[in-house]
Design a protein. Structure first.
Length: 147
């Protein structure tokens, strides 16, 4: 088992949502590191180590990806598809964290092999509670691969 702190890649273009996620994970998760990118292309650049992310030391593999669907440049569904088609990246769990509860989005996310699909609550306290529970599960309870 990997004893390093859990590393989360947060792909979120909304600053308020990102701040809430970051705050909740830092308050309630054990030893979590977080990297945030703000659009789908930057997420792919980070994961595929393109552009400013070519150095593996500066772009370590995340243990889990929290991914919004409605992103600039490259849509979140396309990000999932690219990740899960990559032999090197496909084992990284992807938690879709989005405002979309459209059945088409849910279905496509799972067809592309997302590991979880969570609709962001509109209510601040409920969103806060959700992030606490997601952090506990994915960063504390879930066993990470060391490969």
């Amino acid at each position: 088992m990997d004893n390093q702190p859990a590393h989360v890649l947060l792909v979120e273009d909304n600053d308020d949502h990102a701040e809430l996620v970051i705050r909740q994970l830092s308050e309630h998760s054990v030893s979590a590191r977080l990297t945030r990118v703000t659009d789908g292309q930057e997420a792919l650049d980070y994961l595929l180590r393109n552009g400013k992310y070519t150095d593996p030391a500066g772009s370590p593999r995340p243990h889990v990806i929290f991914l919004d669907l409605r992103l600039p440049k490259v849509d979140g569904l396309e990000v999932i598809k690219v990740i899960k088609e990559s032999e090197e990246l496909r084992r990284i769990p992807i938690v879709v964290l989005t405002t979309s509860d459209a059945e088409r989005d849910v279905t496509r996310a799972y067809v592309y092999h997302a590991n979880s699909y969570v609709v962001k609550p509109v209510d601040f306290q409920t969103f806060r509670d959700l992030m606490h529970e997601l952090g506990i599960y994915w960063l504390n309870w879930n066993t990470r691969s060391s490969a």
